[in-house]
Every structure is written in structure tokens, then in C-alpha cells.
Design a protein around this ligand. Structure first.
Ligand SMILES: *[C@@H]1O[C@H](CO)[C@@H](O)[C@H](O)[C@H]1NC(C)=O
Length: 196
């Protein structure tokens, strides 16, 4: 389970501390809005499902859950979880590459919410959206308010990740589930080049 890699303090930071044994109750005043973390991993939230508490994996220009090997080239040993950052509405994979690998969504009739990334000078698909990414008040990643879906039976028994383009079962998939993509700050991000 990838949840083992999530620090208790990170769970506390995203408001999931109630899921953990409490040592001593912390007095709280008014809830503070989620600050935008500089680098973050994604924790998937869909209770009572196979995709609760997964992390985003990036490989082959796409995003997956439960992918066993991403084969990324990283500065330090990778636990497989992809690390992201936001800049001026764009969403990027954390790396030393210039330009960095950049995420897009294709919500056209063809793309049906395809969520992927481009490397170097690779052009995004014709209808790809590159900006409009952000975190809502709960810290959930979204594209102009649109959330995410994951569909089972992808490569190596992983789940493929899609932006919700209003299609429940994109690209002929079945068993797709919506989930919240909670950004969890990564204070020690690992720079990686993910496979194209
Ligand atoms: C990673 O590399 C292994 C060994 O070459 C291969 O079997 C696997 O399909 C690769 N995974 C991805 C996501 O490319």
C-alpha cells in the first residue's frame, strides 16, 4: 500500500488526521484555507473503493494509479509517486529538465478527458488545454473546476487517470470512478524525468 509512504504529518496537513489515532487533541481555532504547496504529490480520495489513498504515477506520457514500475529517471530513488507543481495556471512534473514535462487535458470529443504530459519540444494534442489548473479550498487539484476519474484494467493492471470531461466512462472504458485528487505538499521533492 502506497499509504505507507505518506507521513502522518502530511495526513494531518490535509485534514485526514481523524483517520489516525490521536495522541492528544490539538486545539483548533478557525480552519485555515489550504495554502498552495510549492511541490506536491496527489493522494486520491474515494472512500470504500480500490482507489482510496493511491498516488499519481506518471509514465509513457500518461498518468496512472497503482502502476508497479514507472521507469522514471530520478535524482534519488523514487517510490513511484509523481511530484507536481503549479506555475501560472500550468501543471508540471517536478524535474530538472528545461522545459519541464507539462500536463495537459484534452476534453474534446476525441480526447474525452485524456490527461497526459508532453516532454521537451513534443507538441500537445491539438485540443489540449495547458492552463486552468489549480487547487480548490480543500486542496483538490482541478482544471477550471473539473475533477478526475480513474478507470481500471489499464497497463500492468493499473488504473488510467482522466480529467472529468462529462463522460462517465471515457474512451470505452468501464468501471471508472470519480475521486478527489488531494494535493499533499512534498517538502523533499525528487526531480525525475518520466518516460515519454
Ligand atoms: C518498465 O520497464 C519494464 C522492464 O523493461 C517493463 O516491463 C515495463 O513495461 C516498463 N513499464 C513502463 C510503465 O513503461
Amino acid at each position: 500500500m502506497q499509504i505507507k509512504n505518506i507521513l502522518v504529518s502530511q495526513l494531518a496537513a490535509v485534514g485526514l488526521a481523524s483517520a489516525l489515532p490521536q495522541a492528544s487533541p490539538t486545539p483548533t481555532a478557525t480552519p485555515t484555507p489550504a495554502a498552495t504547496p510549492s511541490a506536491f504529490n496527489i493522494l486520491t480520495l474515494r472512500s470504500a473503493s480500490d482507489i482510496h489513498f493511491n498516488e499519481f504515477n506518471a509514465a509513457l506520457g500518461s498518468v496512472f494509479l497503482q502502476l508497479p514500475n514507472n521507469n522514471a529517471t530520478c535524482d534519488t530513488t523514487s517510490d513511484g509517486a509523481a511530484t507536481f507543481y503549479l506555475s501560472e495556471g500550468g501543471l508540471y512534473l517536478y524535474s530538472n529538465s528545461n522545459p519541464p514535462q507539462q500536463l495537459y487535458a484534452d476534453r474534446s470529443g476525441m480526447g474525452q478527458g485524456k490527461f497526459g504530459y508532453v516532454t521537451g519540444a513534443q507538441p500537445p494534442p491539438r485540443n489540449a488545454e495547458l492552463t486552468g489548473w489549480g487547487l480548490d479550498d480543500a486542496g483538490n487539484l482541478n482544471l477550471d473546476g473539473a475533477g478526475f476519474l480513474a478507470c481500471p484494467n489499464s497497463i500492468q493492471d493499473s488504473w488510467s487517470v482522466w480529467v472529468n470531461a462529462g463522460v462517465d466512462q471515457p474512451a470505452g472504458n468501464s468501471g471508472c470512478l470519480g475521486f478527489s485528487a488531494r494535493a499533499v505538499e512534498n517538502t523533499d521533492p525528487n526531480a525525475c524525468l518520466y518516460t515519454e
